[in-house]
Design a protein around this ligand. Structure first.
Ligand SMILES: [Zn+2]
Length: 473
């Protein structure tokens, strides 16, 4: 990518930011923060654009491929069509996708809970009405829609790690029963097999994955926080961005040296201001403009999930790692990683050389801490041994375990710096401090013995001589 191209990209982005609000993938259904972010100040936008510019330049320096030489695949995932969703808006969306001959993945709730989906008490369910199912089925036959199963009733069964879930935490048999009843119903009203699963609130557990495999599902689309195990036959395609982030995600995918990036756009009806004026992030018109813009991008292809075949748990874990690794460093030195709005291929991650650069940064930061403690121990011990009392010396010599205990407290004090790495650094830092004090002490006793003409002292000798001289060695 040429410098001029990068400049143009960022210029376009700055222009766009003036009129477009941003959204996150955090679902408000989870009872967390609302998905909309307030319009940022100019200063913040400027800073972010500089960060994007650095990422893009970094990517191109790392061997970016020519944008025209690859194909960026985009999957649109629309969650929550059900007995209670806005049919009028759904018809408008179907017509918009039909106009551009795109296929959208519709994650349908077969038996929507009739009340508040966050309420844990039993409540009646509302099956997808036949007339609505026929609208969807017609769109499926026309190639405009692809149907995925979105849970059973979308009613929460409780919180799992702070997030609502319909499935996580339930037993295997119960999960499998709900999944199979939902699948059977949807297949019956749609007249076609349903092999894609979208868990409500993007939450699931190992039982869910086992039940899906046993029930004939091919693919699960949630978010990046799942824990797939090796050897699974399921394909994993996480949502990567909101409808307000599509152009930005395309720019990232185009700039990176990844031959097969995928962008999964997750949206709900409440993301449209016409449906929900308070939670919406874009208007229907702006959404259609985005579809139109995409139709003019020669390297972009809108595909249904069924057509994405290069997915496996390894690719999922690789993406998960590059998202989680930066959290092991303090924010100031995390540097530009691969943006999370794109589901990168394993080859793309390798091409960016992100992993070796990150490992280098990791070693430099944590290695620096260990070295610092070693040098600090040596210097402090050198000064105190020369000037202070034997009691102070003994305190310093025994301070290694004390420091170790303090380090443990630090390591477990929360935050996202990476618990195991911090543990290791705490232990190594304590050892370095202890080694520093030992070296300083041995050097001191060696010098004392030399000044008395009795030769070097034996390491570990009694402390009587320490501190009595009253002058630095
Ligand atoms: Zn949902």
């Amino acid at each position: 990518m040429s410098a001029e191209k990068v400049r143009r990209l960022v210029h376009d982005r700055l222009k766009r930011q003036g009129c477009m609000r941003r959204a996150t993938l955090a679902s408000p259904e989870a009872g967390g923060p609302r998905p909309t972010l307030a319009v940022r100040g100019c200063a913040m936008r400027g800073l972010k654009s500089v960060a994007i510019l650095l990422v893009l330049i970094g990517s191109s320096l790392a061997g970016g491929t020519d944008g025209a030489a690859k194909q960026i695949r985009i999957v649109f995932r629309f969650d929550d069509p059900s007995a209670v969703s806005d049919t009028e808006m759904e018809v408008r969306l179907i017509e918009a996708f039909r106009q551009y001959r795109y296929c959208c993945t519709w994650a349908v709730i077969p038996f929507r809970a009739s009340g508040d989906i966050h309420d844990l008490r039993p409540m009646p369910v509302l099956p997808l009405p036949a007339e609505k199912a026929e609208i969807f089925a017609e769109a499926v036959r026309a190639g405009v829609l692809e149907i995925a199963l979105h849970g059973y009733s979308h009613q929460s069964s409780g919180l799992q790690q702070g997030r609502h879930s319909e499935f996580a935490g339930l037993g295997y048999e119960e999960q499998r029963s709900k999944i199979e009843r939902g699948k059977e119903f949807l297949e019956g009203v749609m007249g076609l097999p349903v092999t894609i699963f979208v868990p409500p609130w993007n939450t699931y557990d190992a039982h869910t994955l086992a039940a899906l495999e046993a029930s004939g599902f091919r693919l699960i689309s949630a978010d990046a926080r799942g824990r797939p195990g090796p050897g699974m036959s399921l394909a994993f395609l996480p949502a990567t961005c909101s409808i307000a982030e599509v152009r930005e995600a395309v720019a990232f995918a185009r700039a990176a040296p990844d031959p097969s990036p995928i962008i999964t756009v997750l949206f709900h009806e409440y993301d449209l201001l016409e449906v929900d004026a308070s939670r919406g992030v874009t208007t229907f018109e702006e959404f259609v403009e985005t579809l139109q813009w995409l139709s003019g991008q020669p390297d972009v292809r809108i595909v249904p999930m069924a057509e994405v075949t290069d997915l496996n748990w390894q690719r999922y874990r690789d993406n998960q790692r590059i998202r989680m690794w930066p959290l092991r460093l303090p924010p100031l030195i995390r540097g530009g990683g691969l943006p999370p709005q794109v589901f990168w291929s394993t080859e793309g991650i390798r091409n960016t050389a992100y992993v070796p650069r990150f490992v280098l940064r990791l070693v430099a930061f944590y290695g620096g801490i260990v070295v610092f403690w070693g040098v600090a121990g040596f210097l402090v011990a050198g000064v105190v041994f020369a000037r202070r009392t034997p009691a102070a010396s003994r305190f310093l010599l025994s301070s290694g375990p004390v420091l170790f205990a303090c380090s443990l407290l630090w390591a477990f004090s929360g935050g996202h710096f990476g618990g195991r790495i911090r543990m290791l650094v705490a232990v190594l830092g304590a050892a370095a401090w202890w080694a520093g004090t030992r070296v300083a002490w041995m050097r001191r006793t060696h010098c004392l013995a030399a000044s008395r003409g009795t030769g070097p002292a034996v390491p570990g000798a009694p402390e009587e001589g320490i501190g009595r001289e009253g002058a630095p060695a």
